[in-house]
Design a protein around this ligand. Structure first.
Ligand code: ZN
Ligand code: ZN
Length: 465
């Protein structure tokens, strides 16, 4: 009993003695984190400047192409001009696919043109194109259930019912029509496949994106129809007569090409502490100028890191990874994971979901970091950000390094309600960026970085998580 009283007295002294409180390794003062957050919220121009510059001076920048190489040169110059440390490029080689001509039309019973875009890794129809009867699958599961050989010589058409969701979860639920539909159709003998675009708009823009074929499966021509065209095709099919379409897609594989990651740092004061890596991707699809996907992410993390740099030197080094070739197979993220597997990291974060405001925060941290988590939640609350019970997952470009080192993760979840109206379409352009929402992202990131980069405790979760 006496011992408990002594412990209580000691604990009270710790709580009440100002000198002991100020000596605790608590990182930056709460008011300075709030000031940093509010400064970013009210006046950040850096994030928009990055998005404006990249979309204006480079534009589309598909992984492995000369345009992506120009984007790396642009990024190095920009990050150096902003004052970051250790700005550099790490190159790697990757197989590269490029778009060719693309047209689609119904031949019978109702001849019309259809808006189409080839999916990444699509095979070619050749210049003559392919004309064949459509076999309609309202969902990917119905395509999966089709007997082997039943599609011989036919063009599969796979639809879906994707709707907008704030958290973007409908992409995971309906995306397989694109991710694996072409591979399944190829295995069942289809001559080609068209899908309803993986999107939530009703503009006449197809949504491109990568698809993958298993080793040994010859890629078939694979295209996405704009959503209005897919719906029109469904109405034609519902009339009950066989529908024939002609499809011409002439993409090419141009062999191994150079791609690369651009890295930059805010140097920490304690080189013994494992670093924090924050990622976006520098490449984009070729149809738009890659404003929301993912110049916005590079703008957000670049600006937030710069706000961090404006404070006293953080304890941990924060490294920016502007990854190459994410869209076409996460080549940059994997290369980073391999090259840096032996370098101690503590935590990873990623911004790759547009420029919509942050509405939730997910964490994957050890129980010992509950105090840090509470500080972050408090710092984000004035921005309207709520903590969730979901475990943070990171993102594509930090996936390899997270897996290699079992890192802590914080996800600042953006509102994705409108994201899939624009995703991978010609409409992904600068004018879609809401400056105030972009600044809210920078504010949330700056506050979070200020707290984690000055936290000296363990950030990796317990193995059971
Ligand atoms: Zn992206
Ligand atoms: Zn994308």
């Amino acid at each position: 009993m006496k011992k408990n009283i002594e412990l209580f007295a000691a604990a009270s002294a710790l709580l009440l003695t100002p000198s002991l409180v100020s000596a605790a390794p608590a990182g930056p003062k709460t008011d300075s984190v709030a000031a940093l957050r509010d400064k970013a919220l009210e006046g950040d121009e850096v994030a928009y400047g990055i998005v404006e510059g990249l979309t204006t001076e480079i534009g589309p920048r598909q992984g492995g192409t000369q345009a992506e190489a120009r984007a790396r040169i642009w990024a190095v110059a920009k990050l150096k001009a902003l004052g970051f440390d250790n700005v550099r490029v790490e190159e790697y080689q990757m197989p590269t696919w490029v778009r060719g001509a693309e047209t689609a039309e119904t031949i019978s019973p109702f001849p019309q043109r259809l808006a189409v875009a080839a999916l990444g890794n699509s095979g070619s129809t050749g210049d003559a194109g392919i004309e064949a009867e459509i076999v309609y699958f309202p969902t990917i599961d119905e395509l999966r259930a089709a007997p082997d050989g039943s599609l011989n010589g036919k063009i599969a058409f796979v639809s879906h019912n994707m709707k907008a969701t704030q958290d973007g979860s409908s992409y995971g639920a309906f995306g397989p029509a694109r991710f694996v539909g072409p591979n399944i159709a190829a295995k069942k003998g289809a001559a080609a496949i068209v899908i309803r675009s993986i999107g939530t708009d009703h503009h006449r823009n197809p949504h491109t994106g990568n698809t993958n074929f298993d080793p040994g499966v010859t890629p078939i021509p694979a295209g996405a129809l704009s959503i209005p065209d897919a719906e029109n095709l469904e109405r034609m099919i519902a009339r009950g007569k066989p529908v024939r379409i002609k499809l011409k897609l002439t993409p090419q594989n141009i062999g191994m090409q150079t791609s690369g990651n651009v890295l930059a740092e805010v140097k920490g004061s304690n080189p013994k502490l494992p670093i924090i890596v924050i990622a976006c991707h520098l490449d984009s699809w070729d149809l738009g100028t890659g404003a929301i996907d993912d110049a916005a992410g590079c703008g957000i993390i670049g600006a937030a890191a710069l706000h961090l740099k404006s404070m006293d030197k953080p304890k941990r080094t924060v490294r920016l990874l502007w990854a190459g070739a994410e869209e076409v197979g996460i080549w940059g993220g994997r290369d980073y994971g391999e090259k840096h597997a032996g370098e101690p990291h503590a935590l990873a974060m990623e911004s790759d979901f547009g420029a919509g405001k942050v509405w939730a925060a997910d964490f994957r941290l050890p129980a010992s970091a509950a105090g840090l988590r509470a500080q972050i939640v408090a710092a984000l609350a004035p921005l309207g950000v709520v903590p969730r019970r979901e475990l943070a997952g990171g993102g594509a470009d930090v996936g390899a390094i997270i897996a290699a080192q079992k890192l802590g993760i914080i996800d600042l979840q953006q509102d994705g309600t409108k994201y899939f109206d624009l995703h991978h379409t010609p409409d992904d352009t600068l004018d879609k960026i809401d400056k105030a929402e972009l600044r809210q992202n920078v504010a949330a990131w700056a506050a979070t970085l200020a707290l984690v980069a000055n936290y000296e405790g363990e950030l990796k979760p317990e193995p059971a998580q």
